[in-house]
Design a protein around this ligand. Structure first.
Ligand SMILES: CC(C)(COP(=O)(O)OP(=O)(O)OC[C@H]1O[C@@H](n2cnc3c(N)ncnc32)[C@H](O)[C@@H]1OP(=O)(O)O)[C@@H](O)C(=O)NCCC(=O)NCCS
Length: 279
């Protein structure tokens, strides 16, 4: 559907003034407040990530130092042991990153709130909190994601970081964002590199809505699931599919394509003519 936002309201919504015109004094005060907000948000995220990563490196370095101090073995064996200790030290580090990241977002209340439709350029507090939440997720998935994706540890992290995830779920993707807006039933499988997120930026607006997947749902590899989507129990979304925002996919069905169409319902093939049913 066409976007009916009048052209003239867009510069205002984005906090811009017309070329050549000087901003009114109240607006100038607003700009300073905006700069302060952004500076504080950036500083706080840098400090927070320094603490998270610093605390996470600590057990790894302690472990390595302990191995280094084994003086009773010959030097070549010491070098070999140090090399062998790299992987367990990294696993210790990555586990700590996940735990501290989840703890920090919980402690500070950094979450993606549902139902937002806010101009990004205004950088209001809900937008900045969202940014800090996503940045923390990004750091966690960069350092720990490649080690733990598709393991129960990754699912535990998603839960600790705000997601509602049932039993026996497998998430083989690092492209899950806005964890606080994800609700998965039991035995959900997220295929490799599928993108499931609770936010979208459209026309300069940050829009958010929960994504709800029923029990035994599978999202095919490399698919994209839009915000506000609900998927019924026992439904499969095919590989490389696109589920448009605010879609409702029926239970016991197979959907595929970009955008998705229903290809099977209750195990029975659906004709092209009958398949235009994504609400
Ligand atoms: C969607 C899927 C489940 C359908 O499997 P199925 O039930 O055996 O159905 P079929 O293979 O008989 O295909 C049914 C129709 O859907 C189409 N189709 C199947 N997969 C499709 C896809 N990914 N994109 C577009 N169309 C697809 C087929 O071409 C066929 O179309 P037709 O009726 O016009 O001939 C399967 O093709 C798929 O994509 N699986 C992905 C599994 C996955 O990624 N798992 C994640 C963990 S590895």
């Amino acid at each position: 559907m066409a976007d009916h936002t009048p052209e003239s309201t867009i510069p205002q919504a984005l906090g811009r003034s017309e070329p050549g015109s000087s901003p009114p004094p109240a607006h100038r005060g607003g700009r300073w407040r905006l700069r302060l907000r952004v500076t504080w948000a950036v500083t706080s995220i840098i400090l927070t990530e320094s603490v998270i990563l610093g605390l996470s490196v600590l057990p790894a370095v302690s472990f390595w130092t302990w191995v280094y101090q084994w003086r009773m073995i010959p030097e070549w064996a010491q070098v070999l042991t140090m090399a062998m200790a790299f992987v367990p030290a990294y696993v210790l580090f990555a586990t700590s990153v996940l735990l501290y990241s989840a703890l920090v977002t919980r402690l500070f209340g950094w979450r993606t709130r549902p139902g937002l439709a806010l101009p990004l350029a205004e950088m209001s507090w809900p937008v900045l909190d969202w940014g800090r939440y996503l940045m923390t997720i990004h750091v966690a998935r960069t350092f720990a994601g490649p080690v733990f994706r598709s393991t129960p540890i990754w699912t535990v992290y998603l839960r600790l970081n705000g997601a509602t995830i049932g039993r026996g779920c497998w998430v083989n993707s690092l492209k899950l964002m806005d964890h606080s807006l994800l609700e998965f039933g039991d035995r959900v499988t997220i295929g490799s590199d599928a993108s499931v997120s609770g936010h979208m930026i459209e026309h300069g607006l940050l829009k958010t809505a929960p994504v709800r997947l029923g029990r035994h749902v599978t999202i095919g590899i490399n698919s994209v699931v839009g915000i506000g989507t609900t998927v019924g129990d026992h439904t499969q979304v095919g590989a490389l599919s696109v589920v448009p925002k605010h879609s409702h996919l029926d239970a016991n069905a197979v959907y595929a394509g970009a955008p998705v169409r229903c290809v099977k319902r209750g195990g029975v093939r659906v004709n092209d003519a009958d398949s235009d049913d994504v609400a």
